[in-house]
Design a protein around this ligand. Structure first.
Ligand SMILES: [Zn+2]
Ligand SMILES: [Zn+2]
Length: 512
């Protein structure tokens, strides 16, 4: 009897002690910093302070807010600010609230109102320091096309005047009461109809075609698809695979059923049933299709693209100089200076190149100094003075008949072989023997840590460089992967371009 009593009191003591202990741990873990508190308020997890005095946030209310935030992000709902939860505070995301502090319907996606019309106009007011306006326009058109079928909507671009959806880049305080926060965290926000504006933080380094979550660069297309959702009336979704999930995710290729259902609720309530929604395919972006398609929006054919905006069709080292091609224009750069007389139309330089060749994507200099331009399954070979000396077929390089065109060609100084690249695979040709090397084609993934498709590849001062979008990589032949300090921005390091403001940290490494 006495032993039992002793045991019970011991057990009680133990429980009491554990309570104290766990409470201490709990309080320690849940001691949010002021930034974390403002995050919880900003995204609607904690009520905003009422009136003059700040809310007395209790451990309980903070824990509840953390639980909600974890639920929305798809993390275990512990209510404790553990390390994976704390990471969310730093993650790149949309600046729009996750939870509106007003009654919502019992759905995963919170509906606001849509546009009360099917014909919607948009206008791009400016580009970013790393993404030119015409690229933004072209990517916007692609992103809108993903949404359009699900609301029966038609989007028209305006070049001036007030459009329904106004797209712009801005930094810090930009006059709407929702200032941006410098590089990282909030990357964009958008307003519901009938406001419809979309703002992108110009302190981010915007890029395109990013398939990986890279720390430095934010994919414009992925964020644009998300922000368009807001501009059409959708709120954030807690479905991680959906486009309306608030945290930055790449790549975005199509809408999730959750996004589609939200659109139908807004725009097609009576027209389409939810069963049909499940079978509705959203147009996907094929990874085989080059995403650097021409902006078909040029009104002025004589407009010369800005060299410092990184939208090159290709770049190549020829005669010890850097040749840059964009649309029908070319620049020749020596010691970071544009050679006199450039930019010029490449047809004025490559005399004899047929007029139907309106873009140069693959070009290289042979060992004998001849320059070869590829288009479709044909190539044109010019001598050092740019006089046409030969017209040939890809068969001459043993490229199989099913390959419609090459995207990049370069001659390696390493083994003196010609590398012929088609988006995601490449061949290695030995000009000396006139034969394709065995074991080809190979996947582009063989060039480890170099993203593909690449826009250009060249040899410069003994090193191999790959270019894609606004950035470039130096390939380390010994490690057989891209050098760890790369990518770096192309324009300020290869071309006579000033670094864009805020980009200094991105080229503090090796010079090319
Ligand atoms: Zn958002
Ligand atoms: Zn704004």
């Amino acid at each position: 009897m006495g032993a039992c009593k002793y045991f019970i009191s011991l057990a009680f003591l133990f429980i009491a002690f554990s309570c104290v202990l766990s409470r201490t741990i709990f309080l320690e873990l849940n001691n949010p910093t002021s930034e974390e508190l403002s995050f919880l308020k900003k995204y609607g997890y904690l009520p905003e302070p009422q009136g003059e005095f700040d809310f007395a946030y209790t451990p309980h209310s903070v824990s509840e807010a953390v639980r909600k935030m974890q639920a929305f992000a798809g993390l275990p709902q512990t209510g404790v600010l553990d390390s994976s939860t704390r990471k969310l505070f730093k993650k790149r995301r949309c600046g729009v609230k996750d939870i509106e502090n007003k009654p919502t319907r019992n759905r995963r996606y919170i509906l606001q109102e849509g546009w009360d019309k099917k014909y919607i106009t948009y206008r791009v007011l400016n580009g970013s320091s790393t993404l030119p306006k015409h690229r933004v326009e072209s990517l916007m058109a692609e992103a809108l096309a993903i949404w359009a079928p699900h609301g029966g909507l038609h989007f028209t671009r305006l070049d001036d005047g007030n459009a329904d959806i106004q797209v712009s880049f801005a930094r810090e305080d930009h006059g709407d009461g929702f200032p941006f926060d410098g590089p990282g965290h909030v990357v964009a926000h958008a307003f519901q109809p009938p406001h419809g504006a979309m703002h992108f933080d110009d302190d981010e380094l915007w890029g395109e075609n990013l398939d990986d979550d890279e720390e430095d660069v934010t994919d414009f297309f992925a964020v644009a698809v998300h922000e368009i959702g807001h501009a059409l009336g959708l709120s954030h979704s807690d479905v991680k695979a959906s486009v309306m999930y608030p945290y930055y995710q790449v790549p975005v290729e199509k809408l999730h059923l959750d996004d589609i259902l939200g659109m139908q609720e807004l725009y097609q309530k009576d027209e389409v049933s939810q069963e049909e929604a499940a079978s509705t395919e959203s147009p996907a972006r094929s990874s085989l299709v080059p995403r650097f398609t021409k902006a078909d929006s040029y009104e002025d054919e004589n407009e010369i693209p800005d060299l410092c905006y990184t939208n090159y069709d290709t770049i190549q080292a020829i005669q010890g100089k850097i040749f840059v091609f964009e649309e029908e224009w070319m620049w020749v750069i020596r010691d970071k200076q544009i050679e006199e007389g450039f930019p010029r139309r490449f047809h004025e330089v490559f005399i004899g190149l047929p007029k139907h060749v309106n873009v140069i994507k693959a070009i290289y200099e042979r060992n004998n100094g001849n320059i070869v331009v590829f288009s479709g399954r044909k190539y044109w070979e010019f001598n050092r003075a740019f006089r046409l000396v030969k017209v040939g077929q890809l068969n001459d390089y043993s490229i199989p008949r099913y390959v419609p065109e090459l995207t990049t060609v370069f001659l390696s100084n390493y083994n003196n072989k010609t590398y012929l690249i088609e988006y995601e695979r490449f061949w290695r040709f030995d000009k000396a023997t006139g034969k394709m090397d065995r074991g080809y084609p190979k996947e582009m993934s063989a060039w480890r840590k170099v993203p593909y498709p690449v826009d250009a590849a060249l040899i410069w001062q003994g090193d191999t460089f790959f270019f894609r979008g606004p950035r470039f990589w130096r390939f380390d032949n010994a490690l057989v992967e891209a050098h760890r300090y790369y990518p770096l921005p192309t324009a300020p390091l290869w071309l006579p371009c000033d670094p864009a403001p805020g980009m200094e940290p991105y080229f503090a490494n090796d010079e090319p």
